[in-house]
Design a binder for this molecule. Structure first.
Ligand SMILES: NC(=O)c1ccc[n+]([C@@H]2O[C@H](COP(=O)([O-])OP(=O)(O)OC[C@H]3O[C@@H](n4cnc5c(N)ncnc54)[C@H](OP(=O)(O)O)[C@@H]3O)[C@@H](O)[C@H]2O)c1
Length: 375
């Protein structure tokens, strides 16, 4: 049987059995049914042409990212439509995973059964018949057949739990940092500092001789961020312009220097405002947006013309960034192996703790680091 951690409708009871039960968690005001759903495992034939470039994986752990919230909300719209409530409908979540290789196709030379691997979201794709970006949106499926180029081996000192929270943060932030061409002495502002992406970025920047500053909506994690080597934490009130936030005003006044690099996971919140904090010739990179579904409300900023005018006036360089290359991921893994990259872990769940896992992942204001589910 193939287990998967899924959101579903109430009609899936027949697929959730044994030690598992149908549970519910809250997502943007919707009571979402969820559980460990059982389905049949797909056949894998290592000698076949069809699977020549593929591997069969047994997942050991997986995790969700911000994007899974948007995917879940989108799916719920479909699953709860009239008429669907009586037909079993479920959608396995999970953007990244750690897994053991069970079997390999006849053309696969770099992997053998027993290898420990993680998902490789290499983007653009580096193999002609592999998909670009994340290998799966269903990372929790216990058994999955994927293209060999969409997984990479992990070092011996990396646990299944850490590995399941590593690929997206490691690959994306190493790519962003590479593109930014970080120079000694750079003054780097990281927005949404407590997001997993930014926590990875802050840790990845440790090996560069740069000043890192954190911008966050939450006071709670000031000391943890400072312990990570951040020079200062600007806790902002989202209702006030960045250039009028007292902490930032005081910082700029006392240092007489703006920032020359910005790493921003939410361009629809911060892109326009951070331009006021960037030096002439500054560099800006972003990998994502806040509003990934109409139910996600918050302070969007649509003043694109004004923003681009600032970009032009200040000769600012913008680097759009989606995931990264295999080499970016390999470098991140190598730094982890050498002890040069720390991964911030929040909590690990297992067994029937599906509601708790989703609630901690998507709703908790106390979450600091990756939340992982282990089989
Ligand atoms: N395309 C890619 O390659 C790629 C890869 C990785 C991530 N991403 C994107 O990067 C973004 C972050 O993903 P993630 O998984 O790292 O996110 P996450 O861990 O869920 O982080 C969420 C953060 O958002 C901030 N936040 C929460 N509510 C807010 C509000 N009302 N107003 C402003 N900020 C609020 C908080 O940070 P503070 O309180 O510290 O501000 C919180 O820690 C997403 O857009 C994701 O899609 C894209």
């Amino acid at each position: 049987m193939n287990r998967q951690i899924a959101i579903c409708n109430n009609a899936v009871q027949q697929y959730i059995y044994g030690d598992y039960s149908l549970q519910h968690f809250n997502l943007h005001g919707i009571r979402v049914p969820c559980g460990v759903v059982h389905t049949k495992t797909k056949d894998f034939d290592p000698k076949s042409e069809q699977h020549a470039n593929f591997v069969l994986l047994k997942k050991r752990a997986f995790s969700c990212n911000y994007r899974d919230k948007g995917l879940a909300l989108g799916r719920l719209d479909i699953m709860t439509e009239a008429g669907m409530k009586t037909n079993p409908k479920f959608y396995a979540l999970g953007s990244e995973f750690s897994a053991e290789v069970v079997s390999v196709g006849k053309n696969v030379k770099n992997l053998v059964p027993g290898d420990r691997v993680i998902s490789n979201g290499n983007y653009p794709a580096e193999h002609p018949d592999a998909r670009p970006g994340l290998p799966t949106n269903h990372g929790s499926k216990e058994f999955e057949i994927l293209h060999f180029s969409k997984v990479v081996k992990i070092p011996d000192n990396m646990s299944w739990e850490v590995a399941a929270g590593f690929p997206i943060g490691g690959q994306t932030t190493y790519s962003m940092i590479r593109k930014l061409n970080i120079q000694p002495g750079d003054k780097v502002l990281v927005t949404s500092a407590t997001s997993n992406t930014s926590l990875f970025a802050i840790n990845a920047l440790k090996k560069y001789n740069v000043e890192v500053y954190a911008l966050s909506t939450r006071e709670t994690f000031r000391s943890q961020l400072l312990q990570m080597g951040v020079r200062d934490v600007f806790v902002i009130d989202p209702a006030i312009r960045l250039t009028e936030q007292p902490d930032i005003v005081q910082h700029v006044r006392s240092t007489r220097k703006l920032f020359n690099v910005v790493i921003d996971p939410f361009f629809d919140i911060y892109f326009r405002p951070v331009l006021d904090l960037l030096e002439m010739g500054g560099r800006y990179t972003t990998c994502g947006m806040y509003h990934q579904h109409q139910k996600m409300n918050g302070e969007g900023n649509h003043q694109l013309t004004e923003a681009l005018f600032q970009v032009l006036l200040k000769n600012i360089t913008i680097y759009g960034n989606c995931l990264g290359s295999t080499q970016d991921l390999q470098k991140a893994l190598d730094d982890y192996r050498k002890g040069d990259l720390e991964v911030i872990m929040d909590q690990v769940f297992s067994g029937n703790e599906v509601e708790a896992f989703f609630d901690r992942t998507f709703n908790s204001k106390e979450r600091f680091g990756k939340v992982v589910y282990v089989y």
